[in-house]
Ligand binder design. Sequence first.
Ligand code: SF4
Ligand code: SF4
Length: 232
Amino acid sequence: MYRDQSIEEIYDGKFYGINDLAKIGCDGCKGCSACCHGMGNSIVFDPLDVHRLATGLLCAPAALLQEHEETRPESGARVLCPARMELGVADGLILPHLIMGGAEETCTFLNEEGRCSVHALRPGVCRLFPLGRFYDGSGDYTYIVQAGECPYPVKTKVKIKKWIDTPDYERYHRFVLKWHAFQKEMQGRMAGVEAEAAKALCIRILQVFYLTPYPADGFFEEFERRLKEFHV
Ligand code: SF4
Ligand code: SF4
């Protein structure tokens, strides 16, 4: 989710590159799961997040929107699970976000030990936290540490690339930039059309980029191909 706050309100005064060290280490989050509660609709999925979850849990992307069967990573058991994502308006588009359920607004993936049960499949926002991306208009982004977001008291320095823990980082980086640019372009396109046409475009984006399965091993290539569908 993009924020309209001024950068001074949310960061610690520094910009970081992927190979920089930042003071974000929290000793494996021992005993803490604060960022898995009360996050509202803010953990917005990108297409890779949904692909990664659906592929890892052995279910269809659309199944994540409702009660469904999935294969649990810890046990390998095939079990009935609640909806994992729901749709909301984010940055002018209709996009899926992670569900925070119950009175304590808890992520449905948090297990009884207070740990993420889909650590290897967790969405990009969870991989980043408490980092954020800052797009400065140059066509690229840098990383910021969102001040006051992680309450862990004595943080250690960790290399950003290690923290993000995302394979094939160069391709991932290009994907993030292209997805960001695409969303901006679609917002502009929607601003110039009637409400019904804007809604139809939103639904098409959702269907093409999120709900239609990608090949298990060819996400980035297929993403590029789908981008071209919108640029004819
Ligand atoms: S708030 Fe910080 S320490 Fe707590 S779970 Fe999140 S990243 Fe870990
Ligand atoms: S997916 Fe995992 S890391 Fe992300 S909020 Fe849920 S439990 Fe926490």
